[in-house]
Each structure stands twice: as C-alpha cells, then as structure tokens.
Unconditional design. Structure first.
Length: 319
C-alpha cells in the first residue's frame, strides 16, 4: 500500500509531460460541455429547506398558492384609465396572461376577472357584481358604469392606481406542472413577457413588471456582462500576480491551473445535466479567487523551500 501511494504521489515528478497532456485533454473535453450549461432559476431554491417557515410554506403551498407572484402594471401616461382604448388593452393583457405557460389561472386578478367585485348596502339589502361587466362592449355608458363600480369597490390602491392612471394584472407562477412535472421555463417566459411589453408599448401605454420572475430574467439577460466582468478580473489578477512574483510564467501557470479547475467543475455540472441558478453565477468567480490565493501561497512556500534547500546544498559543498 505504501509503495502504491508513493508511486501515485511521485507521478507528477516522474511523468510531468504525460500528466500535463492528460490534464489538457480532460480540460478540453469538459470545456466542450460548457455550451450545454443552462441557467434555470427556481423560486423555492431561495428558501432554506430545513427552516420551520419553509416547511410550513411547502406544506400549504398546494392548498393556498405560493409566493412566486408577478404583477404587470398597465399605465396611461396621459389622463386616466376610463377610456375604451385603455380597457381594451387591459382586457387583451388579461387574456395574454391567461395564455402564458406556467400561470395558475385561478390566481389571475384583474378588473376583467370575476374575482374583482364591488359590494354595497342598499335599501333592499346587499348588492354587488363584477367591477367590469362580463358583457363588456366599451361603450361610453359602460365606461362610466365601470368608473362608478371602481369607486364603490375597494380596488383603488389594489388593482387600480391611487390616481387612477393605471391598473394591475397579478398572477402566480407554478414552478412545476402537477401532472407532467415539467419545470417552468423562465427563458420562454421572458420571451413571452417581452412580446407583451412590446405589444402594449406600441399602443402608447407603459408596461411595468415586478416579481421574482422579472428579477431573475434581468440577471439572465446580463450573463454576457458577467462573463465580460470575469474576463477583465482574470486579466487584472494575472497582472497583479505577475507584479507581485516578478515572474510572468509563474503567474500564467497559477492562473491557468485555477482556470482549469473551474473548467472541470462547470464541465462536470453540465455533463451531469444540472442547471445553474442565475443567483449563483458569481460563485465560480469567488471559487476562482480563493483557489488563486491558495495557489499563490503554495507557490511562495515552494519557492521558499527550494531556496532553503539550495542554501543548504551550497553550505555542504563549502564545508
């Protein structure tokens, strides 16, 4: 067993060229898998699994819905919402939201859905109905009736802006389909949302979106900027190590070794079919910095030991 360990640990010294060629080939193979690395955010990944709050959340999520909600605000820059053009756009937006894959239809809330109503007390008792009638036709009389219904409802400050210049469409996203188990494709969702934004911007309206989905979609769209930042950081790190060691080849060797390790890590993740969460995109960069710091310390210790051995050898020769 000791001889086997000795052969293993002395392999880099006995066959350095062959070992280097093997590492380069493995690095090239794993690097070829990097294009298959996918970004797949998940709302539940942001919650600690063992925390009591997360356990209660997971228990009642199927019954009452989750927290992965999204809100789309349709804003009229000039005037208020009580025009046929605005309500036609809001009706179209509500229909578009209901068609989005991954949206729970039961959670969609808009002036055009049946769960937005008004209640009032009359001399005959309680009275109430939908804020926007089901048989909406966009006539001037109906628009005025909707204005009165909104005033009687509690929707000002909820589904309608306080200054009544805009209205909201809110809904919940389902992370995984209950029947097929297919996970929500955020890239496809982002493309659909951008189409919706572009469609209603053309009508002179402003569209604003909030929620977990727009947040992670903004991160995913900034992937190229993150990669550029990492590349610039790598060059700066290479220059700093070269200046500190006064040796460009040593700095290149340290950075190349650390880059090889990160390539192996991400390549294995891609080959395993594991998606990378956008919120953890900077983790490989942090690991790179830690590994570079450790490699620099090891190089310094190695150089100090080599200098000490050289001094001992010179003293023995002089003696």
């Amino acid at each position: 067993m000791n001889s086997a360990h000795q052969l293993l640990f002395t392999l880099p010294a006995r066959r350095p060229v062959w070992l280097l060629i093997l590492m380069v080939l493995v690095t090239g193979w794993l690097a070829s898998a990097l294009p298959d690395l996918k970004l797949q955010p998940a709302f539940l990944n942001q919650l600690p699994e063992k925390h009591p709050f997360a356990e209660v959340y997971n228990r009642y999520d199927p019954l009452f819905g989750g927290g992965n909600r999204m809100v789309i605000a349709l804003h009229q820059p000039d005037g208020d919402i009580y025009t046929a053009e605005f309500f036609n756009a809001l009706a179209g937006l509500t229909e578009d939201v209901l068609k989005i894959s991954g949206v729970n239809p039961a959670t969609v809330r808009s002036l055009f859905t049946g769960n937005v109503t008004y209640r009032e007390v009359t001399e005959f008792g309680y009275d109430g109905s939908r804020v926007v009638p089901k048989a909406y036709n966009g006539s001037s009389a109906q628009i005025e009736q909707i204005r009165a219904n909104v005033d009687r409802s509690r929707e000002i400050g909820r589904s309608v802006a306080l200054d009544q210049s805009g209205a909201l469409v809110s809904f919940e996203l389902v992370e995984a389909d209950a029947q097929s188990g297919q996970r929500l494709d955020y890239a496809e969702l982002g493309a659909t949302l951008e189409q919706i934004r572009h469609r209603y911007h053309q009508d002179g309206l402003q569209v604003r979106m909030t929620g977990f989905a727009p947040f992670v979609l903004a991160l995913m769209s900034a992937t190229n900027q993150v990669l550029l930042l990492m590349a610039v950081s790598l060059l700066l790190l290479l220059g700093a190590i070269s200046w500190q060691l006064r040796s460009v080849p040593a700095a290149v060797a340290i950075v190349a070794a650390v880059t090889m390790g990160i390539t192996w890590q991400l390549g294995l993740v891609a080959l395993a079919g594991i998606a990378l969460d956008p919120l953890s995109m900077l983790v490989p960069g942090l690991l790179f910095l830690f590994a570079a710091t450790l490699a620099l310390l090891l190089y310094r210790h190695w150089r100090a030991d080599s200098s000490a051995l050289s001094d001992d050898a010179v003293q023995q020769q002089q003696a």
